[in-house]
Design a protein around this ligand. Structure first.
Ligand code: ARG
Length: 461
């Protein structure tokens, strides 16, 4: 396969180096972006008087026919890989010349693969960000549905993985809704910096042709053109921003996975994972393992790795383009594939999570989750909180030693801890009172959680 740059060479590339150098096997994903960018560039050359209207039309038709053919038959690209074509830009240009003849050779005037690839990756990433956002919304929807269907369910809330205070399950689930909401904000913010047009920057210095970059910008629906040609061909910040935003999505999915893996254990027993997302053991017949969640947690490391890989690739590069930058694509593509899969699987997991209402109720009513209520009860009676904390702590110590829950300790015994404790202590220690008490905005009181659900639904419309 002829190269785009053979003229000054006398020898052939070494075969191993040629394979090492090629990127078509992975940058083939950019085919649509490459054709879109070239269609606009042909129009730019026409308006600059470099191409006649007829030539531009021939090029346009050639590019469109390539697009149709790849769409219908992606194995065309496999053939390009087999033939040793260097990259997607070489492939499309070679195919264009094959189809429309010499006029196809005019398309690259004033353009370099450096501004071309920068443009293609931005076009590609822009769509990819929108797809990611759609998948994040889908997980948020399934979180809201699960929360909505279990508004009455309380579970223990944990700190240090020790029982802390009761919360509504819906409140716990909506915490993840908030994390994903921030993830969407980060993606939208990255989109602003992705959506700038480098085309017209040439190899590094600009171009000798009076290309109307604003016209290209409009044709390709970018927000603005890049301001410095050297920066434009060197900048991959936007790729690392997307992988960073993706890393935080994975971190959030991983924490949710971890919560659910723990909750699904026999020891916690708060949820049961459905058969659709569990696996068994080849030896232990009783096992039902939460593999879907473990894989999501596991794949988080791989996305973090992609972020490190890209940042490290970029850190020592002198301006402007260096071939090192070809190494931006696989981390980006792998990240997008991984995160989209994980988001899709998480939606299915959430749809296949059975909440064990009875066990949740038992667990939320045991083990001194209401000790803070006892302290707060005393505060309402005028005891300074630090003293109240001490009294409640002694009551817990007593209850632990007698094997009682706090609500099982008799009023007479309570009186020995504080004479201010009355019959109404038992109401204050009840689970509904503990929940309803947390009525601050953002708290777990049922009234607040109802509002939070309403807001979440509104945000998703
Ligand atoms: N395949 C290359 C990449 O992905 C395209 C740009 C090549 N430019 C060059 N001057 N060698 O980075």
């Amino acid at each position: 396969m002829s190269k785009l740059w053979g003229g000054r060479f006398e020898g052939e590339n070494d075969a191993l180096f040629a394979r090492f150098n090629e990127s078509l096997s992975f940058d083939r994903r950019l085919w649509r972006a490459d054709i879109t960018g070239s269609l606009a560039y042909a129009e730019g050359l026409r308006s600059a008087g470099v191409l006649s209207a007829e030539e531009a039309q021939q090029i346009r038709e050639g590019l469109q026919s390539i697009g149709k053919d790849i769409e219908a038959n992606p194995t065309l690209l496999d053939k390009g890989v087999r033939d040793g074509v260097e990259d997607i830009h070489s492939f499309i240009e070679g195919e264009l010349v094959r189809r429309v003849g010499d006029v196809g050779k005019k398309l690259h005037a004033g353009r370099s693969r450096n501004d071309q690839v920068a443009t293609d990756v931005r076009l590609f990433t822009r769509d990819a960000i929108n797809t990611l956002i759609t998948h994040v919304c889908q997980v948020q929807k399934t979180l809201v549905s699960l929360a909505d269907a279990h508004q009455d369910v309380a579970i223990p809330g944990y700190t240090h993985l020790q029982k802390a205070q009761p919360v509504l399950l819906a409140h716990h689930l909506l915490a993840y809704f908030e994390m994903l909401e921030r993830d969407k904000e980060r993606l939208q913010d990255a989109l602003r910096r992705t959506n700038r047009l480098p085309l017209g920057s040439g190899a590094l210095a600009g171009t000798n042709y009076p290309i109307d970059r604003e016209l290209l910008c409009q044709l390709l629906h970018f927000d603005s053109i890049t301001a410095n040609s050297m920066d434009a061909v060197s900048d991959r910040d936007f790729v690392s921003e997307v992988i960073h935003a993706a890393s935080l999505i994975m971190m959030h999915l991983s924490r949710l996975s971890e919560d659910f893996i723990i909750f699904a254990s026999t020891e916690f027993g708060l949820i049961e994972m459905g058969d659709a997302v569990s696996t068994g053991s080849s030896i232990m017949p009783q096992k039902k393992n939460p593999d879907a969640l473990e894989l999501i947690r596991g794949k988080t490391g791989r996305v973090y790795g992609n972020l490190m890989s890209l940042l490290t690739t970029l850190k020592g590069l002198p301006l402007c383009y260096n071939k090192d930058m070809q190494e931006d694509k696989e981390p980006l593509f792998d990240t997008l594939d991984t995160v989209n899969d994980c988001l899709a699987v998480m939606s299915i997991v959430l749809q296949n999570t059975n909440i064990r209402r009875e066990q949740a109720k038992v667990s939320a009513n045991r083990d001194y989750l209401n000790a803070t209520e006892l302290a707060d009860y005393l505060v309402h009676k005028g005891v300074p909180f630090r003293d109240a904390h001490g009294i409640a702590g002694r009551a817990v110590l007593h209850a632990v030693s007698t094997g009682q829950q706090l609500e099982e300790v008799s009023l007479d015994t309570y009186k020995t801890f504080s004479s201010l404790i009355e019959e109404d202590i038992f109401e204050a220690l009840s689970l509904p009172a503990a929940l309803e008490g947390k009525a601050v905005p953002g708290g777990t009181a049922p009234t607040q959680v109802k509002e939070a659900l309403k807001r979440a639904k509104q945000l998703l419309t």
